[in-house]
Design a binder for this molecule. Sequence first.
Ligand code: PLP
Length: 383
Amino acid sequence: MQKKHRELVVFIREVFGQPTGVIPLHAPVFQGNEKKYLQECIDTTFVSSVGRFVDLFEEKLTAYCGVKRVVVCVNGTCALHLALLLCGVKPGDEVITQPFTFVATVNGIAHCSAYPVFLDVDRDTMGLSPDALQAFLADEAAKKDGGCYNRRTGRRIAACVPMHTFGHPCRIDEIVSICGEYGIEVVEDAAESIGSLYRGKHTGTFGKVGVLSFNGNKTITTGGGGALLFDDETLARLAKHLTTQAKVPHPWEFAHDQVGFNYRMPNINAALGLAQLENLDRFLKAKRRLADRYGHFCRNQGIGFVTEPVNAKSNYWLNAILLQDAAERDKFLALSNKEGVMTRPAWRLMTNLPMFQNCQTDTLSNAHWLEDRIVNIPSSVII
Ligand SMILES: *Cc1c(COP(=O)(O)O)cnc(C)c1O
């Protein structure tokens, strides 16, 4: 076992052409117009809420993802919060999601004062399982007055947030269809999956609202940033309004027609994002090449490697290996990190965290299985 582990560490160093020093899990690459656009922001003084890059970045994202409208904002977590509010999630409602995710997914739910309900994932997609969803709703939910209610708690199940784990699309069409039957709105957490397609369609465009993140460790970055994807233009307009303190347009008056948020993306972040987006297709090709090399190596070594699910094209944001059990995982984590090759276990399941430990769940057997075995390995773009 040790030998296999050591050989993988050596292979990672070889692939990144870095015989010494720390190899990060995911570092950004700035080799396009980043400096030029940032310089323009500084030269024109438009670094904040005014400037041309926000509109431009939104337009280019709209075209790239193939939606009606994109609204950018300060980060993916705020985007999730706002998306859920726009879907009508109210305090005391329930929102179904997966426990195998980054905490931001569930914080977005908690920011609405809603209760998360955790259902199992599929082993191959690592995203919310439509089978688990169907079974839960058949056993526990009742349709009433056009809404869906949890028979055990009496609360309304208002929304469902599936997540495309590490950029691998989940079975989103089935999830949307099941939720449609029960009158549950779908917010797609596509924070990790820009550039990933399911049946040829961009992730984040299947539900009522989709969410992207441009945090520093994501496939493209704005420093910090997020986006909301819409096919409903009225909802998109409302989103834009809410991100800008619900300010009513007027040449000088400060008029606000409801409680809004300061969630809009500054021009300087959008400038960085636009330059990054111009290189996204190159990044995706490089990420696929890296995943192919990892896949080939792992198959030869008898190490499990996560590849894109059926009907899906993944962006391979973070590559993942699948080890035998938690003991092997911990040995590999210790060895690789000691050698300066950054590797990370999957997140602890959300149900392990103190704030979410008493939430309703199903068996979560696949989620536990993955939690013990998944390790992410260095996945930066190699140009
Ligand atoms: C990165 C990420 C987010 C959003 O994170 P921000 O850092 O707030 O942009 C949300 N959900 C998942 C699954 C993520 O990986």
